[in-house]
Design a protein around this ligand. Structure first.
Ligand SMILES: O=C(O)C(=O)C[C@]1(C(=O)O)C=C[C@@H](O)C=C1
Length: 296
Protein backbone atom coordinates (compact mmCIF):
# COMPACT_ATOMS: atom_id res chain seq x y z
CA UNK A 1 0.00 0.00 0.00
CA UNK A 2 1.28 3.48 -0.83
CA UNK A 3 2.38 5.64 2.10
CA UNK A 4 -0.19 8.17 3.29
CA UNK A 5 0.73 11.85 2.80
CA UNK A 6 2.93 13.03 5.64
CA UNK A 7 1.05 16.32 5.99
CA UNK A 8 -2.46 17.36 5.15
CA UNK A 9 -1.46 20.90 4.15
CA UNK A 10 2.13 22.01 3.63
CA UNK A 11 3.11 25.64 3.07
CA UNK A 12 6.39 26.61 1.45
CA UNK A 13 7.23 30.25 2.09
CA UNK A 14 9.64 31.33 -0.65
CA UNK A 15 9.27 29.18 -3.78
CA UNK A 16 12.87 29.82 -4.93
CA UNK A 17 15.50 27.21 -5.78
CA UNK A 18 14.98 25.13 -2.61
CA UNK A 19 11.29 25.91 -2.04
CA UNK A 20 10.23 25.18 -5.61
CA UNK A 21 12.33 21.98 -5.62
CA UNK A 22 10.39 20.75 -2.57
CA UNK A 23 7.11 21.68 -4.27
CA UNK A 24 8.09 19.93 -7.49
CA UNK A 25 9.13 16.85 -5.56
CA UNK A 26 5.82 16.88 -3.68
CA UNK A 27 3.88 17.27 -6.93
CA UNK A 28 5.73 14.57 -8.83
CA UNK A 29 6.46 11.87 -6.37
CA UNK A 30 4.34 12.51 -3.29
CA UNK A 31 3.31 11.43 -0.77
CA UNK A 32 4.50 14.52 1.05
CA UNK A 33 1.26 16.47 1.48
CA UNK A 34 -2.35 16.27 0.34
CA UNK A 35 -2.46 20.01 -0.34
CA UNK A 36 0.36 22.41 -1.20
CA UNK A 37 0.38 26.15 -0.56
CA UNK A 38 3.15 28.52 -1.51
CA UNK A 39 3.45 32.07 -0.20
CA UNK A 40 5.79 34.95 -0.94
CA UNK A 41 5.81 38.70 -0.52
CA UNK A 42 7.13 39.39 -4.05
CA UNK A 43 4.36 39.66 -6.69
CA UNK A 44 6.69 38.55 -9.53
CA UNK A 45 7.60 35.37 -7.61
CA UNK A 46 3.92 34.62 -6.96
CA UNK A 47 3.05 35.12 -10.61
CA UNK A 48 5.80 32.75 -11.72
CA UNK A 49 4.75 30.17 -9.10
CA UNK A 50 1.22 30.32 -10.56
CA UNK A 51 2.46 30.00 -14.14
CA UNK A 52 4.57 27.00 -13.18
CA UNK A 53 1.64 25.51 -11.24
CA UNK A 54 3.91 24.85 -8.27
CA UNK A 55 1.13 24.57 -5.67
CA UNK A 56 -2.62 24.19 -5.19
CA UNK A 57 -2.75 27.69 -3.70
CA UNK A 58 -0.41 30.61 -4.32
CA UNK A 59 -0.83 33.54 -1.95
CA UNK A 60 0.74 36.79 -0.75
CA UNK A 61 -0.63 36.24 2.76
CA UNK A 62 2.00 34.38 4.77
CA UNK A 63 -0.16 34.41 7.91
CA UNK A 64 -3.28 32.99 6.18
CA UNK A 65 -1.18 30.25 4.61
CA UNK A 66 0.39 29.41 7.98
CA UNK A 67 -3.03 29.29 9.67
CA UNK A 68 -4.21 26.60 7.22
CA UNK A 69 -1.14 24.36 7.43
CA UNK A 70 0.18 21.55 9.56
CA UNK A 71 3.73 22.29 8.39
CA UNK A 72 5.39 25.50 7.19
CA UNK A 73 8.90 25.52 5.72
CA UNK A 74 10.68 28.87 5.37
CA UNK A 75 12.84 28.76 2.23
CA UNK A 76 13.94 32.39 2.43
CA UNK A 77 17.26 34.19 3.00
CA UNK A 78 18.77 33.63 6.46
CA UNK A 79 18.26 37.26 7.50
CA UNK A 80 14.50 37.07 6.86
CA UNK A 81 13.82 33.97 8.96
CA UNK A 82 13.47 35.61 12.37
CA UNK A 83 11.01 38.38 11.30
CA UNK A 84 8.93 36.04 9.14
CA UNK A 85 8.78 33.39 11.89
CA UNK A 86 7.72 36.08 14.40
CA UNK A 87 4.93 37.18 12.04
CA UNK A 88 3.48 33.74 11.29
CA UNK A 89 3.99 31.81 14.55
CA UNK A 90 0.99 33.36 16.37
CA UNK A 91 -1.20 32.09 13.49
CA UNK A 92 0.09 28.52 13.40
CA UNK A 93 -2.12 25.61 14.42
CA UNK A 94 -1.58 23.56 17.57
CA UNK A 95 0.36 20.42 16.65
CA UNK A 96 1.93 22.02 13.56
CA UNK A 97 5.62 22.16 12.63
CA UNK A 98 7.69 25.19 11.63
CA UNK A 99 10.89 24.49 9.70
CA UNK A 100 13.46 26.43 7.73
CA UNK A 101 16.34 25.58 5.41
CA UNK A 102 18.81 28.27 6.52
CA UNK A 103 22.49 27.68 5.75
CA UNK A 104 23.58 29.21 9.06
CA UNK A 105 22.08 28.32 12.45
CA UNK A 106 23.88 30.80 14.72
CA UNK A 107 21.27 31.75 17.38
CA UNK A 108 18.19 30.86 15.31
CA UNK A 109 17.38 27.82 17.49
CA UNK A 110 17.05 29.69 20.81
CA UNK A 111 15.64 32.83 19.13
CA UNK A 112 12.77 30.97 17.41
CA UNK A 113 12.20 28.68 20.43
CA UNK A 114 11.53 31.81 22.50
CA UNK A 115 8.74 32.77 20.07
CA UNK A 116 7.12 29.32 19.79
CA UNK A 117 3.50 29.06 20.89
CA UNK A 118 2.51 26.06 23.00
CA UNK A 119 2.11 23.00 20.77
CA UNK A 120 4.07 24.24 17.75
CA UNK A 121 7.39 22.47 17.08
CA UNK A 122 10.44 23.99 15.41
CA UNK A 123 12.43 21.48 13.35
CA UNK A 124 14.86 23.29 11.01
CA UNK A 125 16.64 21.16 8.42
CA UNK A 126 19.34 22.28 6.02
CA UNK A 127 19.63 20.39 2.72
CA UNK A 128 23.25 20.32 1.54
CA UNK A 129 22.18 20.81 -2.04
CA UNK A 130 21.85 23.69 -4.43
CA UNK A 131 23.03 25.30 -7.62
CA UNK A 132 24.14 28.80 -8.54
CA UNK A 133 20.63 29.57 -9.86
CA UNK A 134 17.79 31.08 -7.86
CA UNK A 135 14.07 31.74 -8.19
CA UNK A 136 11.00 29.58 -8.97
CA UNK A 137 12.35 28.45 -12.35
CA UNK A 138 15.58 27.13 -10.87
CA UNK A 139 14.16 24.24 -8.82
CA UNK A 140 13.93 20.60 -9.84
CA UNK A 141 12.40 17.53 -8.18
CA UNK A 142 15.64 15.55 -7.92
CA UNK A 143 17.73 18.30 -6.28
CA UNK A 144 17.90 16.49 -2.92
CA UNK A 145 18.49 12.99 -4.29
CA UNK A 146 21.27 11.28 -2.34
CA UNK A 147 22.34 14.59 -0.72
CA UNK A 148 22.57 15.10 3.03
CA UNK A 149 19.98 17.09 4.93
CA UNK A 150 21.24 18.18 8.36
CA UNK A 151 18.50 18.42 11.00
CA UNK A 152 19.19 20.92 13.77
CA UNK A 153 16.19 20.88 16.16
CA UNK A 154 16.64 22.87 19.38
CA UNK A 155 16.95 20.90 22.63
CA UNK A 156 13.54 19.81 23.91
CA UNK A 157 11.88 19.47 20.48
CA UNK A 158 9.34 16.60 20.58
CA UNK A 159 10.85 13.50 18.98
CA UNK A 160 7.71 12.81 16.86
CA UNK A 161 8.14 16.17 15.13
CA UNK A 162 11.82 15.41 14.45
CA UNK A 163 10.92 11.97 13.05
CA UNK A 164 8.25 13.53 10.82
CA UNK A 165 10.73 16.01 9.31
CA UNK A 166 13.34 13.29 8.93
CA UNK A 167 10.82 11.17 7.01
CA UNK A 168 9.89 14.25 4.98
CA UNK A 169 13.45 14.78 3.79
CA UNK A 170 14.01 11.08 3.17
CA UNK A 171 10.92 11.09 0.94
CA UNK A 172 12.53 14.05 -0.87
CA UNK A 173 15.40 11.65 -1.65
CA UNK A 174 17.86 12.94 0.96
CA UNK A 175 19.97 11.20 3.59
CA UNK A 176 19.42 12.70 7.03
CA UNK A 177 21.49 13.33 10.12
CA UNK A 178 20.86 15.28 13.32
CA UNK A 179 23.62 17.60 14.60
CA UNK A 180 24.01 20.65 16.86
CA UNK A 181 23.80 24.23 15.61
CA UNK A 182 27.45 24.95 16.44
CA UNK A 183 28.75 21.87 14.66
CA UNK A 184 26.52 22.61 11.67
CA UNK A 185 27.94 26.12 11.32
CA UNK A 186 31.51 24.84 11.57
CA UNK A 187 30.93 22.25 8.83
CA UNK A 188 29.15 24.70 6.55
CA UNK A 189 31.82 27.39 7.01
CA UNK A 190 34.32 24.91 5.53
CA UNK A 191 32.31 23.13 2.85
CA UNK A 192 30.13 25.98 1.65
CA UNK A 193 30.78 29.46 3.03
CA UNK A 194 34.58 29.63 2.58
CA UNK A 195 34.39 28.23 -0.99
CA UNK A 196 31.85 30.93 -1.86
CA UNK A 197 34.00 33.65 -0.27
CA UNK A 198 36.97 32.47 -2.36
CA UNK A 199 34.93 32.22 -5.56
CA UNK A 200 33.45 35.72 -5.20
CA UNK A 201 36.93 37.08 -4.50
CA UNK A 202 38.69 35.32 -7.39
CA UNK A 203 36.05 36.65 -9.79
CA UNK A 204 36.35 40.11 -8.22
CA UNK A 205 40.13 39.99 -8.73
CA UNK A 206 39.62 39.08 -12.40
CA UNK A 207 37.09 41.88 -12.74
CA UNK A 208 39.64 44.44 -11.49
CA UNK A 209 42.34 43.54 -14.03
CA UNK A 210 43.21 46.04 -16.73
CA UNK A 211 40.54 46.13 -19.44
CA UNK A 212 42.55 44.16 -22.06
CA UNK A 213 43.74 41.48 -19.67
CA UNK A 214 40.25 41.18 -18.14
CA UNK A 215 38.72 40.69 -21.59
CA UNK A 216 41.24 37.98 -22.48
CA UNK A 217 40.86 36.24 -19.11
CA UNK A 218 37.14 35.96 -19.77
CA UNK A 219 37.75 34.89 -23.38
CA UNK A 220 40.00 32.00 -22.36
CA UNK A 221 38.13 31.07 -19.17
CA UNK A 222 37.33 27.46 -20.14
CA UNK A 223 39.68 26.39 -17.36
CA UNK A 224 39.86 26.17 -13.55
CA UNK A 225 38.53 29.73 -13.37
CA UNK A 226 35.24 28.66 -14.97
CA UNK A 227 34.35 26.43 -12.01
CA UNK A 228 34.80 29.38 -9.66
CA UNK A 229 32.52 31.53 -11.83
CA UNK A 230 29.72 28.99 -11.39
CA UNK A 231 29.83 29.39 -7.61
CA UNK A 232 30.30 33.17 -7.91
CA UNK A 233 27.03 33.40 -9.86
CA UNK A 234 25.08 32.70 -6.63
CA UNK A 235 22.43 35.00 -5.18
CA UNK A 236 23.95 38.17 -3.55
CA UNK A 237 21.31 38.65 -0.81
CA UNK A 238 21.50 35.03 0.28
CA UNK A 239 25.29 35.07 0.50
CA UNK A 240 25.55 38.46 2.17
CA UNK A 241 23.22 37.14 4.90
CA UNK A 242 25.20 33.90 5.25
CA UNK A 243 28.55 35.71 5.60
CA UNK A 244 27.21 38.18 8.17
CA UNK A 245 25.32 35.56 10.19
CA UNK A 246 28.16 33.03 10.33
CA UNK A 247 30.77 35.77 10.69
CA UNK A 248 32.83 34.46 13.61
CA UNK A 249 33.01 30.83 12.46
CA UNK A 250 33.67 31.88 8.87
CA UNK A 251 36.49 34.23 9.93
CA UNK A 252 38.09 31.48 12.05
CA UNK A 253 37.87 29.07 9.12
CA UNK A 254 39.32 31.71 6.80
CA UNK A 255 42.27 32.22 9.16
CA UNK A 256 43.11 28.52 8.96
CA UNK A 257 42.86 28.72 5.19
CA UNK A 258 45.05 31.83 5.10
CA UNK A 259 47.78 30.02 7.06
CA UNK A 260 47.61 27.03 4.71
CA UNK A 261 47.61 29.24 1.61
CA UNK A 262 50.63 31.05 3.04
CA UNK A 263 52.45 27.71 3.54
CA UNK A 264 51.77 26.81 -0.09
CA UNK A 265 52.95 30.23 -1.27
CA UNK A 266 56.13 29.89 0.81
CA UNK A 267 56.79 26.42 -0.65
CA UNK A 268 56.45 27.90 -4.14
CA UNK A 269 58.67 30.87 -3.21
CA UNK A 270 61.35 28.51 -1.84
CA UNK A 271 61.10 26.05 -4.74
CA UNK A 272 60.21 23.33 -2.22
CA UNK A 273 58.93 20.71 -4.70
CA UNK A 274 58.24 18.12 -2.04
CA UNK A 275 56.04 20.43 0.05
CA UNK A 276 54.15 21.60 -3.05
CA UNK A 277 53.52 18.05 -4.26
CA UNK A 278 52.41 16.85 -0.84
CA UNK A 279 49.83 19.65 -0.60
CA UNK A 280 48.47 18.93 -4.07
CA UNK A 281 48.27 15.21 -3.21
CA UNK A 282 46.20 15.97 -0.12
CA UNK A 283 43.78 18.01 -2.25
CA UNK A 284 43.41 15.13 -4.69
CA UNK A 285 42.67 12.75 -1.82
CA UNK A 286 39.75 14.97 -0.72
CA UNK A 287 38.32 14.78 -4.24
CA UNK A 288 38.72 11.00 -4.32
CA UNK A 289 36.99 10.75 -0.94
CA UNK A 290 34.00 12.70 -2.26
CA UNK A 291 33.77 10.46 -5.31
CA UNK A 292 33.87 7.36 -3.09
CA UNK A 293 31.08 8.85 -0.91
CA UNK A 294 29.08 9.55 -4.08
CA UNK A 295 28.98 13.27 -3.21
CA UNK A 296 30.92 14.48 -6.27
O1 LIG B 1 26.12 23.73 -5.28
C1 LIG B 1 26.06 24.94 -5.17
O2 LIG B 1 26.20 25.69 -6.11
C2 LIG B 1 25.76 25.53 -3.86
O3 LIG B 1 26.09 26.64 -3.66
C3 LIG B 1 25.06 24.72 -2.86
C4 LIG B 1 25.42 24.96 -1.42
C5 LIG B 1 26.92 24.75 -1.28
O4 LIG B 1 27.63 25.66 -0.93
O5 LIG B 1 27.33 23.62 -1.51
C6 LIG B 1 25.04 26.34 -1.07
C7 LIG B 1 24.37 26.65 0.03
C8 LIG B 1 23.58 25.67 0.77
O6 LIG B 1 23.33 26.05 2.04
C9 LIG B 1 24.08 24.32 0.55
C10 LIG B 1 24.72 24.01 -0.58
Amino acid sequence: MADAPLFDTLTIIGPGLIGSSILRRARQTGPLARRLITADSAPAVLQRARELDLADEVTASLTEAAAKSDAVILCIPTGAIRPVAAAILPHMRPGSILSDVASVRSTLGPDISALLPEDVSYVPAHPMAGTEYSGPDAGFATLFENRWTLLVPPAGTPSEAITTMETFWQRCGARTRQITDQYHDQICAMVSHLPHLLAFTICDTADRLSADLRADVLEYAASGFRDFTRIAASDPTMWRDIFLTNRDVLLATFERFEKDAHLMVEAIRNGDSEAITERIRRGRRIRQGLIENKQA
